[in-house]
Write a protein that binds this ligand. Sequence first.
Ligand code: ATR
Length: 273
Amino acid sequence: MSNTYKKLAVLGHPIAQSKSPLIHEYWIKKYGVEGAYGAIDIHPDDLEKDFGALITEGYTGLNVTAPHKETIRKYCDYFDDAAYEIGAVNTLHIKDDKLHGSNTDAYGFAMNLETSFPDFNWTKGPAVILGAGGAARAVAFALKEKNVPVMKICNRTIFKASNIAADMGGFVMPWEERREAIKNCNLLINTTSLGMVGKDSLDMKLDVLPHDAVVYDLVYAPLMTPFLLDAEARGNKVVTGIGMLLYQAQKAFETWYGILPDVDEDLRKIVLQ
Ligand code: ATR
């Protein structure tokens, strides 16, 4: 662990709504380490112009969020396996003038489930992913790493599901067949934006879902989406999306400080306010 001052920030567009400053400032204070964590808004058209200048300002680390997770790769000197395979970087560590790009989203996804249900058996049966955007790629990578036996990807735009299936292994199911897809599933994950505050709700019938399947929604505003409420009402175990945000941050903090910080109840309360 090193306790030299670290200049840190999250980079995205827009960025005002990001919870990352709250999370990392909480840990900086809790662990008494030196540093500050800000938020930087760069429009995609200005990334080329502004990113180089940003690095010369002496940042130790950055989190990268939409819409820069893919484009930022061209500035990286090194990648970890997750960033390489997912094709997106959410954490940068700047060491000896070299940019190390990593992706902690898959870690965050898996840790959130494993800390919620420590007995969960990833290899017991198929997993179904709803959606095929950036978040789905990270989830598919995590499922592959956990040796989930069968992965089915249902998306409205079929070619996006096909791309993930080709890269990570898995089967593509048409969006219209999502009800049939979950028949024997062990884990059902919503990675779409449906159900989020201000978006349409997720129209997903759960009548054929096994009662012992775990249902996981990456959406965390609201914390309990109608999809999760439906699942809970029929007796399924549910996992909310807030933990994925907290655990991806946990791994990023460890990258910079060498400390794996606690995801404690006070922190959960702060981010849910
Ligand atoms: P993220 O990076 O957070 O995953 P994204 O790349 O914009 O965000 O992906 C959003 C996902 O929600 C996509 O799978 C999208 O489906 P398409 O690939 O067909 O666009 C899905 N989604 C958004 N609105 C949807 C809707 N009304 N019906 C079905 N799927 C929807």
